[in-house]
Design a protein around this ligand. Sequence first.
Ligand code: 2M8
Length: 473
Amino acid sequence: MHKDFEEDPADAAARVLNSHWTGRHTVPATGLYPHQWSWDSAFVAIGTRHRAPERARAELVTLLDAQRADGRVPQIVYDAERDDDYAPGAAFWGAATSGLVQPPVHAWAAWLVHRADPAGSAREGFLARVYPRLARWHGYLHGPRAGAVGPPVAKHPWETGTDNSPLWDAALARVPPEARTAIRRPDLQHAGTGERPGSRDYRRYYRLAEAYRDAGCTDDVPIGFAMVCPLFSTLLAVSEVALARMAVALADGGGGVLLPDGGGDARAGAHEAAGAHAARAHEAAAARVVAALDQHLWDEELGLYVALDDTTGERVRRATVNGLVPLLLPGLLGAGNSRGTGNLPGSEIPTRRTERLLATLAGPGFLGGGPYLPSTSREDPAFDPALYWRGPAWFNMSWLLLRAVQALGRDDLAARLREHFDVAAPQGFPEYTDPDTGAGRGTRQFSWTAALTLDVLLSDEAAVLPTPAAPPV
Ligand code: 2M8
């Protein structure tokens, strides 16, 4: 008998993404997650941009088409035909989208997508279409969602993207495990019970979601859960700097979005000034988030950033991968800030934590304790190698830290993080893996695993945020 020949991993990843493309967006997984998810689409676009940049642009535009009037970009855009296949669905929210949000990685993704195919992007007016909507999305986060110390709060564990991370345990424990909605768990048909949050967690998740929905999804009524997360805040800071890049690029291209009556050579100087002005505002917003992160979320003893409970004002002293993601910041602040806007104010702040964070990443709780990057430190009492965000290694986290350490020139750590992607294709692109054995867990043919594997295979860009080539003088 002849052995099957092996498919090229990039082709295998593309096949997963092609089969999950609905014509407007990519589902994270056909069984477990049959709708469009917010941050999944951003990761998907980052991978898709290499093979089908027009589809990567469409992915983000579809998501932004579902933006709500107040600027929020919804956690889930429901496919009406599959409303029984995932819970809670559109019927729960009484709307075509979830009232919650997810981490703001979109502007960063949009900039990477633009840079992958600047000509196609220009032809479609991609930046002009997405920039104002992304700016309004960030406006929502900096406005109604601002916590007491500045950065936005997550009002539900689902908003953090790291649903059952131990960072949320104490706050969630205050939520009564009683919901009015009859809870269905279609998710358990697609993943083992030992790999998904338990039923007590789910009763609390529903209780919180009901409270938020019944308050009209407004942010003036406290619902008992409001957390500042280092992962969420870092992605917002990176995305603000991406918006700064976009503002400059739009000004260079005529600036129609930045000035109401844009266009025309006579106004070129005004466009440039408007671009630089907008870029400075985005960079200042990023700097404020970074400064608050540094002042309120740093934990000297654990050697990483932790979460802050906005309700009690207390730091949640748990070591998770969320607290290492700020390693993206020093690379972001290095060479190549938006042209004409100088260095990001406060750029010395994250850099003084860099060595310590790198040591924690390399230490026994994370890469020093086993081959793959766990979502929760191996030294945390809640560590569980099989249970969702309480230990398993997730490919989006390996990717974020890979890009962070590459920008810092740490090839040794980059090589370690890249190893995670070697076990993705042979196991059918699992949702996550055991951090010690690399064995696949959760659902298979998972879109962001495929997309980020594709990105790692096809791009070795060391910059967190590539800048445009200098324009001709
Ligand atoms: C997981 O979250 C959803 C709720 O949004 C769930 O557990 O049903 C998380 O891993 C989240 O980060 C991800 O966006 C989503 C879809 O892949 O699944």
